[in-house]
Every structure is written in structure tokens, then in C-alpha cells.
Write a new protein. Sequence first.
Length: 226
Amino acid sequence: MQKYVLDNTDIFLPNSEIEMQKLCQTFHFSTKKYVVVPNGIDAEIAARKLGLPELTEFQQFKDAVICVGRIETRKNQLALVKALDGSSYKLVLVGAVSSNHQKYIDKNENFYHFPYIQNEKLYQLYKMCRVSTLPSWLDTPGLVSLEAAAMGCNLAVSSRGSTGEYFGKDAFYCEPDDLKSIKNAIDLAYTNKDNKRLQEKVFQKYTWKEAAKATLKGYEMAMNRR
């Protein structure tokens, strides 16, 4: 069935070059029939949120480290909590706890946890925080990282997946199975003063508009092939 799908696909639309390479390696085939469609943010909403004043309800999280994502082993929040245990960092976790991972979070109290925050307010929380971290086992690179970077956060993210392709030298990388590596990436991101280059890159390259352009190109290629 997988071979049939691959053989009968006119155009592939991966989120990154590395994703396409991995697909080819895994299924032992080669193709040039693809267009990279990047993950993207809603640039208009993000720009509007940048211009709003800070919310007083989030003042206690000024310069905190934030991690947004479903609480589960793949997102690796337990390693993050352990990596920051005993440090002076204020850690904010945002995300529902997976039903199969209740014990994964219950034993750890060295953080603030919000099961859910409305997306409108989440942008404001990003603005208040200093570092967004996502030391997960795989990321593509993670929409939350793009949103956080757009709001001015520095990034400390997993080296796995397509993070390096998206962020290049403008983020700090860690190995998800190494607590020291996670802590070191956060240290570097926290002391990094200027996020402007990464912020501008997100607004220029990783938006719905750019994703739409790439998707249109893919459809045009598919139509021409037929």
C-alpha cells in the first residue's frame, strides 16, 4: 500500500528538505517531484499581538522559560523539568496532559503548568517570556517555536527533525536524551540578547502566505504533469 501511494503521487509537499530526504531513504526511492511547504504562522495576528501592551496577569512570568505542547513522552517535558531542577529559571508549561501520561507530570512540581490557554493570550505569554524551549524527540520544527520566535523569544530546541533547516544559527540546539545539553541550550538562549534576526526570518519565510505560495506551485506542477 505504501509503495502504491508513493508510485501514484504526482507531487510531494513535505514541510522541509530533510523530511523529503528521510522519506526517500526510508522507502528506497528518489524523486524531484516535490515542493517544500513550510510550516507557518498567521503573520497578521502575530504582528497585531506584538503591538499590544503586556497583560498584567502574566507579569509573574517575566523572562521565564516557556514550553508549549501536549504533556507526553514525545515532547520530553520530564527531561526539561529535570534539566532545570535546582536552577533559578522559572519554567512555564502549557499543554494538556495526555491521558496515558498522568504520572509523567504529577511527580514534578518545579514549574507552573497551564493545561490550556486561549491562543489569543498565548501570544501575550510568549511576549512576556524570554526563552521558548522544545527539547522533543522530533519536531517539524514545531509551530509553537515559530509563534514564540515571532513574539521575540529566543529558542532552545531539539536538534532532531527539521529545526536546524528552519532556524539555522539563530537558535540553540540540544539533544533530547542529554539533560546537560538541554540546560546548556537554555543557558545560551537565555543570555542571548537579540532575537531580531530570527524574528524577521519567521515573518518573512514562515507564514501562511508563504505556505500558500508553495502549495500553489505544487498544484501547478501536478497539473502540468497531467
